[in-house]
Design a protein around this ligand. Structure first.
Ligand code: SAH
Length: 257
């Protein structure tokens, strides 16, 4: 279980499978992995560049940008993919699932915060995956409850987050479609997997004044059966739903495996 943490940049030797695979990214004509240290190729510089890209894409919330700059995304991906960790792309994390694109993570968390000053209260995340978004949320919320239905990924996230020592992140193994009533009410709920309908449990477990951001399947987005980003605000007068842009997430599934 104690596999070594990927270092950044990845060290590739001739025997490593990654050296044979066409995964080596070339920056400025020199493969990143082969650049000598001291050329600004440390992971903080890569994150800074990623953050500049996020700003260009329209992310404005400085707290979100700071969290994106601080969490080391390369720790959450397979060592063969470390050199792609700061590109705005989703990457496989095993069991057919993916780590979300930084652009989507920051967009959704910005929507979730909705310009809040200070930290959010308790946040429920559906779909821990490798734990990356939970780590970003830990910088912006008082408590993060993160649920995953696949035991293998729940354990992987636990391993990934172990050395980061984030006491406010609570990883839960279970079907997130039922939410997690014991932590309710939540100031915010964020889902990293999209289904046809929004589970009623999520709306029930959201605090009045709280906001939910989730992908939902809606015809007309990415063609029929595509997904759109849904923002739901719960007020004392009821719920208000807003559909935003088309997105592409793994499916929300029921039960555990
Ligand atoms: N948050 C992750 C993204 C993981 S992908 C990141 O930081 O990049 C979405 C995850 O949702 C997958 O791991 C998938 O197994 C999980 N998922 C799908 N349906 C679920 C459900 N009903 N309950 C909990 N997790 C679910």
């Amino acid at each position: 279980m104690n596999k070594p943490r990927p270092s950044f940049p990845a060290r590739l030797d001739a025997k490593a499978p990654a050296a044979r695979a066409p995964l080596l990214k070339v920056a400025g004509g020199v493969p990143m992995a082969n650049r000598p240290a001291g050329l600004g190729m440390d992971s903080a510089a890569h994150r800074q560049r990623m953050v500049q890209l996020l700003q260009k894409q329209g992310v404005r919330d400085s707290a979100v940008l700071a969290a994106m700059a601080s969490v080391e995304r390369h720790r959450f991906v397979d060592s063969a993919l470390v050199n792609q960790a700061y590109e705005d792309t989703s990457l496989p994390i095993g069991l057919g699932q993916t780590i979300s694109k930084p652009g989507v993570v920051s967009r959704m968390i910005e929507l979730l915060r909705n310009g809040a000053e200070g930290k959010l209260g308790r946040v429920l995340e559906i779909g821990t995956g490798c734990g990356y978004q939970a780590a970003v949320l830990s910088q912006l919320a008082q408590e993060v409850y993160s649920m995953e239905r696949l035991r293998g990924l729940h354990e992987k996230a636990r391993e990934n987050l172990r050395t980061m020592r984030l006491p406010n992140v609570h990883l839960l193994f279970g079907d997130g479609m039922e939410g997690y009533a014991r932590g309710a009410p939540y100031a915010a709920i964020i889902a990293a997997a999209g289904g046809e309908a929004l589970p009623q449990a999520w709306v029930d477990q959201l605090a009045v004044g709280g906001r939910l951001v989730a992908p939902v399947v809606r015809d007309g987005f990415n063609g029929s059966g595509g997904q759109a980003l849904l923002v739901l605000d719960k007020t004392s007068g009821g719920v208000r739903q807003t559909l935003l842009e088309a997105v592409h997430f793994v499916p929300l599934k029921s039960g555990v495996a």
